[in-house]
Design a protein around this ligand. Structure first.
Ligand SMILES: [Zn+2]
Length: 345
């Protein structure tokens, strides 16, 4: 059962894109329904015919009730047991499937995400459990696809994430002879963690003889935590994830100077000269908008994030951005990933 397929087809698209709590609860009322969903999604679309590894053919599987309420199905020909949760995020978890599904529902139905503290309260699990669930979901299920290639026009930018200097640290970061702004830049460089990101932009020119207009829509975003000296990482990420022939827009940071001699069509926004763009297409507003979502989310929802866990949070914001128009699709895609074994269990 795909979540929410029983909707009235007459309903407007706007409401189709949201997936309400009542709809979620109707689709997945308990652990048993969630387990059945996993079994059908991973092995047996009809609920009982699946490929048996031992018989090496399609067989009928049955679920035998036992005192231990085992979460497996048995091949009626050879007796092989198949566990739909084996190798997945749910494997050996003491948290029930329904709570896992509900955690994913919460993560995909809020605009800025929720904190482990909120999850603890919503699910009635310990903080440690809530935090562990979040990390697995962010790092395993929301992992960005390294084969995802961007093309057309791509905006690139870097940002720094981390706390503001505490009053007690001021003495340490104040450097005599520097302006307040330079001190802040220097602090950012020392204490904050850099993230590099790219977003695809699709500009379409419409012409009907009388009028000409450009319509822009945005494709996916890609964002990774990178080390302080990040130029080699930027080069690697571009090689891996940007198609040849793509037009690149960046700010005028020296980080991107190498591009001009490397065959990319590269346009710089000259922020530092304070002159705003002769050509309206030369900007990096979309990726900057994405950074402000990430920063607002981290400071508003999570307060502070240690560099060690930052990539997981970035994955979550990328996931949310890339599924931004469809809350139902965002949940379905996450749930579907959860049904299959993890790359690194
Ligand atoms: Zn068998």
């Amino acid at each position: 059962m795909a979540p929410g397929n029983r909707k009235n087809p007459q309903r407007a698209t706007a409401s189709d894109s949201t997936y309400t709590l009542l709809e979620f609860m109707a689709d997945f009322p308990d652990d048993e329904t969630c387990l059945n969903w996993l079994w059908r999604t991973r092995y047996a679309p009809d609920g009982e015919t699946a490929f048996c590894q031992r018989c090496e053919t399609e067989r009928t599987f049955k679920r035998y009730t036992s005192k231990q309420q085992r979460q497996d199905w048995t091949c009626t020909a050879c007796g092989l047991h198949v566990h739909p949760t084996a190798g997945t995020i749910y494997h050996k978890s003491s948290t029930g499937l329904h709570l896992w599904f509900y955690a994913m529902y919460l993560m995909t139905s809020t605009r800025c995400g929720i904190s482990a503290k909120q999850l603890e309260r919503e699910l009635g699990v310990t903080y440690k459990t809530a935090w562990r669930m979040f990390n697995l979901i962010r790092n395993q299920l929301m992992e960005q696809d390294p084969d995802e290639k961007l093309t057309n026009r791509v905006e690139m930018d870097e940002t720094y994430v981390g706390g503001k200097p505490r009053a007690t640290d001021r003495a340490k970061w104040q450097k005599p002879g520097l302006t307040v702004q330079s001190q802040a830049v220097s602090w950012a460089h020392d204490k904050k963690t850099p993230i590099f990101g790219m977003v695809q932009r699709n500009d379409k020119v419409w012409e009907d003889g009388k009028t000409k207009a450009t319509v822009t829509n945005y494709g996916n975003v890609v964002a990774y935590v990178v080390p302080k000296k990040m130029q080699s990482d930027v080069i690697r990420l571009m090689d891996d994830q940007v198609k040849d022939g793509t037009t690149i827009y960046t700010d005028d940071s020296r980080l991107y100077d190498w591009m001009d001699k490397s065959g990319w069509e590269h346009h710089k926004v000259r922020h530092s000269r304070g002159s705003y763009v002769a050509n309206y297409q030369i900007h990096t507003q979309q990726i900057e908008g994405f950074w402000s979502l990430v920063k607002r989310g981290i400071s508003g929802t999570h307060h502070a994030v240690s560099p060690k866990w930052l990539q997981g949070y970035v994955n979550e914001y990328v996931w949310r951005y890339n599924h931004r128009d469809n809350g139902r699709g965002m949940f379905s895609a996450l749930l579907l990933r959860s049904a299959f074994p993890l790359a690194t269990p």
